[in-house]
Design a protein around this ligand. Structure first.
Ligand code: ADP
Length: 442
C-alpha cells in the first residue's frame, strides 16, 4: 500500500514539477492532477487486463502484472486452484458412487418429481429396456409399459414392491422383475429393480419337489394302509396273509429306497466337495458293481440264479481314482442298474472304462428301448421319468440320474447320455483325467 501511495505521489509530484517548470502557479496544480490521472489510468489498465483474464475463465497464465495487482492475481489463482481441487475431489467421489451403483446387480433409476428419468445404471437399463442416454428426460411410465407397473406408479403409497415382466433377451426367456419406488430429496423417486426370475424358478422347483415327494410316498403308503386295514378287519387264511405281508414288504422297501435316495441327494447338495485325498482302487470297485449287476439281472430272470442279460464287463484298468468311494459307487451302480432294469431280458449290456484325451470315461451301453431325443435334456431332473410305469415296476425312484449327475459334477466331471429309440442307450460318467493317480508300483 505504501508503495502505491508513493507511486501516486511520485506521478503527482512529477506532473506538478513539470507544470512548475512549464509555467508555475496553476499549471503545476494541473500537472499534479494529470500525474495523478496518469497513475489512475495505469491502474485501470492493469485492472482491465485482470478482468479480461477472469472473463476467459481464469484459464492459463494470468497477465504479467506487478505490485498489488500481481498479488491480487496470485491470490485469486490460489483460491481458484483450491476450488478446482475441491471440485475435482467431489467429481471423483461422485464418479466412485456412480461406479458402485453401476456395479450393483440391482437396477437403480433416478426419477425427478414428475417421474421423468434423470439417470439409470446399466442393470436398470437391462431390466427395463431403457437407453441410459437417449431415454433421459422421458416419463418412466411411457417406457415401462407393464400395466402392473403403471397401476403401481399411480398409487399414493409405494410401501410394497410390484412384480412385473422385464425386458427379456429372447422371446423364449421370460424375465420377471420386482420393482419398488422410494421417495428421496425434494419429491424425487428412486426406482429399484431386481431380477427375480431365478428366485421364482427355485421357488417353483421347491414346490414341485415337495409335491413329487408327497406323491411318491403317498402311493406306497396308501397301498400299505389298505393292506393293514384288510388284515385287521378280515379273518384271512394264513397263505393269503403271507401274500399280503409280502406285498406290504415291497411297498415298505420302495419307501425305504426313496427315502435313502432323497437323503443321498440332500447330502450331495449340502456337503463340501469330496475329500481330495480319498482314493478308489478301480478293480475291486468294479468287481463289486459287476457282482451286483449280475445278481440284479438274475432276479429279473426266471431262475434268479443266472443273469437274464448278456453282461459284458471290459477288463478293468489297474487305476486308482481320486474321489469318494461311496459317491462314485452310487453314481456307477445307478447307471448299471438302470441298464439292467430298462433292458428287456436277453438284451446286451456292456460296461467299461477308458481314458480319452483328458477325460476318464465310464460307459454303460445297453440294447434297451432307447430314449427319444426330447427327453434327453430332462433325464437328470429329479423325478423325471420317460416311462412312469416301467420305472415303478422295476423299483425306480426317479432320482438315480439326478444323483449320478451331482456326483459327476462334484468330481469335476459330467454325465453324458447318447440314445437312439429302438436301438439302445449309452450313459457315460465322465471324469477329468487328473483324477487318475499313478499307483506307486506303476
Ligand atoms: P428311475 O429310478 O426312474 O430309473 P433315473 O433317474 O435313474 O430314475 O432315470 C430317469 C429315467 O430315465 C427313467 O425313469 C427312465 O425313463 C430313463 N432311463 C434311465 N436309464 C435308462 C436306460 N438305460 N434305458 C432307457 N431309459 C432309461
Amino acid at each position: 500500500m505504501f508503495i502505491y501511495l508513493s507511486a501516486f505521489l511520485f506521478w503527482s509530484l512529477l506532473g506538478a514539477g513539470m507544470g512548475w517548470f512549464v509555467d508555475g502557479g496553476w499549471t503545476s496544480a494541473l500537472g499534479a492532477w494529470l500525474g495523478g490521472l496518469w497513475w489512475a489510468l495505469l491502474q485501470l489498465g492493469r485492472a482491465h487486463r485482470l478482468e479480461a483474464w477472469f472473463r476467459q475463465g481464469a484459464a492459463g497464465e494470468p497477465p504479467r502484472l506487478r505490485g498489488l495487482w500481481r498479488e491480487v492475481s496470485d491470490r485469486i489463482r490460489r483460491v481458484l486452484r483450491l476450488r478446482e481441487r475441491e471440485v475435482q475431489t467431489h467429481v471423483e467421489r461422485l464418479q466412485r458412487f456412480l461406479d458402485a451403483i453401476q456395479a450393483s446387480p440391482n437396477g437403480v433409476t433416478l426419477l425427478n418429481g414428475e417421474g421423468r428419468i434423470e439417470w439409470c445404471n446399466s442393470a436398470a437399463s437391462q431390466h427395463l429396456g431403457l437407453h441410459p442416454e437417449r431415454d433421459l428426460g422421458q416419463h418412466v411410465v411411457h417406457l415401462v409399459r407393464d400395466p402392473a407397473f403403471s397401476r403401481y406408479f399411480q398409487q399414493e403409497q409405494h410401501d410394497n414392491e410390484v412384480q412385473m415382466d422385464g425386458r427379456s433377451p429372447s422371446i423364449s426367456q421370460r424375465v420377471r422383475l420386482s420393482a419398488q419406488l422410494y421417495p428421496y430429496g425434494a419429491g424425487q423417486q428412486l426406482l429399484l429393480t431386481r431380477d427375480i426370475t431365478a428366485l421364482l424358478q427355485a421357488e417353483a422347483m421347491r414346490r414341485d419337489f415337495v409335491a413329487n415327494v408327497s406323491h411318491e410316498i403317498r402311493t406306497p403308503l396308501a397301498v400299505l394302509a389298505g393292506f393293514v386295514e384288510t388284515l385287521q378287519s378280515l379273518p384271512l387264511p394264513p397263505e393269503q396273509q403271507q401274500q399280503y405281508l409280502d406285498l406290504m414288504a415291497v411297498q415298505a422297501g420302495r419307501m425305504q429306497t426313496l427315502v435313502n435316495d432323497l437323503l443321498t441327494l440332500s447330502q450331495l447338495e449340502g456337503s463340501p466337495p469330496p475329500n481330495p485325498t480319498e482314493q478308489v482302487s478301480l478293480q475291486p470297485f468294479m468287481a463289486q458293481i459287476e457282482a451286483d449287476a449280475r445278481a440284479l439281472s438274475a432276479l429279473q430272470g426266471k431262475d434268479a440264479i443266472s443273469p437274464a442279460h448278456e453282461l459284458v464287463f471290459a477288463p478293468v484298468p489297474d487305476w486308482n481314482l481320486l474321489g469318494s468311494r461311496a459317491e462314485l459307487h452310487s453314481a456307477v451302480s445307478n447307471l448299471v442298474s438302470n441298464a439292467v432294469r430298462y433292458t428287456p431280458l436277453g438284451g446286451r449290456i456292456e460296461v467299461g472304462w477308458r481314458e480319452q484325451g483328458d477325460e476318464l470315461v465310464m460307459a454303460v451301453r445297453d440294447t434297451g428301448p432307447g430314449i427319444a431325443p426330447e427327453h434327453l435334456p430332462r433325464l437328470s431332473e429329479r423325478f423325471y421319468r420317460v416311462d412312469h410305469s416301467r420305472s415303478r415296476e422295476t423299483g425306480g425312484t426317479g432320482l438315480g440320474l439326478a444323483i449320478t449327475k451331482h456326483v459327476a459334477q462334484r468330481h469335476g466331471g459330467a454325465l453324458r447320455i447318447e440314445s437312439q429309440l429302438g436301438v439302445g442307450s449309452t450313459f457315460m460318467l465322465v471324469l477329468p483325467s487328473s483324477r487318475h493317480v499313478q499307483r506307486k508300483d506303476d
